[in-house]
Design a protein around this ligand. Structure first.
Ligand code: FPP
Ligand code: MG
Length: 308
C-alpha cells in the first residue's frame, strides 16, 4: 500500500486519492501497450533481448508521469500512450547499456540477470540500440496528435538522451568513479542529466501532447526538476539502507565503488530532509492546477515514501 497525505484529509475536503489503485491501473495499461508495441519477429533473438528487459516489470513511473501530465493538460491517455511507451523504451535501453561490463558491470536488474548476462554483450548493445531507435519511430507514428506537437516531443526526447542529457550525465558519472571528493556541483550535474533529463522529458512531453501553454510547461518542468533530484537522493539512500533482494539490483554498490552520493556528502538525515524539501517544492508548482494535479502531487509524495 502506498501511503499518501490525502488519506487523512478532514471531512468536507476533496475525497481521498488512492495512489496505489491509480498506479496499478496505469501500470497495467502501460504493460499492455508495451506488450503490443514489440512483437517477436525475425530475427527473433534481438526482439527477445529487447523484450527481456522491456517487459521485466519496472515501476513504469516514467510512462505514468507522461500519461498524468497529458491528462492534466486536458489530453487523453491514447494521445500520450505512444510517447509513454517510448520513454520506457529509452529508460530501459539506458539501463541495458549502464549494466554493461564497459560501464557499471552489473549482473542483476529488476531482480533478473542483466541483458548481457543472458544474451551476451553484442546482443545487449544492439537491444539497447534497437529500443532507442524504435522509441522515436513509435512517437512519430502517434495518431490524433497534431504533427507540430509530435515534432516538439521528438526534439525534447532527442535532447534528453543526448550529450546534453543522459549521455552527458553518464560520462561525468563514469569520470567521477572512485573519486569520493567530487563537489556538490558535479554531483548535481550528474543527476540532473543522468536521471533528471529523462524525467523532465516525461513530464513535459505529456504537457506538449495535450497542448498546454508555455507557462504551464515551465511549471511542469520545475515540478520534474524537483522530483528528479528527490528521486536520486532517495535512490542513494536506498542503496545504503535496503537489501539487494528488495531492490532487485545490487545494493551497497555506491559505497563499494567509493562513489560520492548525497548521503556521503550530507549524511542520511540531511539527505532525507533535502528530498522532502524538493518534493514540497514540486507540489507547490502543482498548486496552480488545483484538483487535477492530485495524481502528480501524490506521485511526488510517493518518491520520498518509497522503500525500493
Ligand atoms: C543508472 O544509473 C543509469 C542511468 C540512469 C542512465 C545511464 C545512461 C547511459 C548508459 C547512456 C545511455 C545512452 C543513451 C543513448 C540514452 P546508476 O548506475 O546510478 O543506477 P543503477 O544502480 O540502477 O544502475
Ligand atoms: Mg548502474
Amino acid at each position: 500500500m502506498v501511503a499518501t497525505d490525502d488519506r487523512h484529509s478532514p471531512q468536507g475536503e476533496s475525497p481521498t486519492f488512492d495512489l496505489s489503485a491509480y498506479l496499478a491501473q496505469r501500470q497495467a495499461l502501460v504493460e499492455a501497450a508495451l506488450e503490443r508495441a514489440v512483437p517477436i519477429t525475425y530475427p527473433e533473438k534481438i526482439y527477445e533481448a529487447m523484450r527481456y528487459s522491456l517487459m521485466a516489470g519496472g515501476k513504469r513511473l516514467r510512462p505514468i508521469l507522461c500519461l498524468a501530465t497529458c491528462e492534466l493538460g486536458g489530453g487523453t491517455l491514447e494521445m500520450a500512450m505512444p510517447t509513454a511507451c517510448a520513454l520506457e523504451m529509452i529508460h530501459t535501453m539506458s539501463l541495458i547499456h549502464d549494466d554493461l561490463p564497459a560501464m557499471d558491470n552489473d549482473d542483476y536488474r529488476r531482480g533478473k540477470l542483466t541483458n548481457h548476462k543472458v544474451y551476451g554483450e553484442d546482443i545487449a548493445i544492439l537491444a539497447g540500440d534497437g529500443l532507442l531507435a524504435y522509441a522515436f519511430e513509435v512517437v512519430a507514428e502517434t495518431k490524433n496528435v497534431p504533427p507540430e506537437r509530435l515534432l516538439q516531443v521528438i526534439a525534447r526526447l532527442g535532447r534528453a538522451v543526448s550529450a546534453a542529457g543522459l549521455v552527458g550525465g553518464q560520462v561525468v558519472d563514469l569520470e567521477s568513479e572512485g573519486k569520493a571528493d567530487i563537489t556538490l556541483e558535479t554531483l548535481n550535474f550528474i543527476h540532473t542529466h543522468k536521471t533528471g533529463a529523462l524525467l523532465e522529458a516525461c513530464v513535459v512531453c505529456g504537457g506538449i501532447i495535450a497542448g498546454v501553454s508555455s507557462t504551464d510547461l515551465q511549471r511542469l518542468s520545475r515540478y520534474a526538476e524537483n522530483i528528479g533530484l528527490a528521486f536520486q537522493i532517495i535512490d542513494d539512500i536506498l542503496d545504503i539502507t535496503v537489501s539487494s533482494e528488495k531492490l532487485g539490483k545490487t545494493a551497497g554498490k555506491d559505497l563499494q565503488a567509493k562513489k560520492a552520493t548525497y548521503p556521503s556528502l550530507w549524511g542520511l538525515e540531511q539527505s532525507k530532509q533535502k528530498a522532502q524539501q524538493l518534493v514540497d517544492a514540486a507540489k507547490a508548482e502543482m498548486a496552480h492546477f488545483g484538483e487535477k494535479s492530485r495524481p502528480l502531487q501524490a506521485i511526488a509524495d510517493y518518491i520520498t515514501n518509497r522503500s525500493y
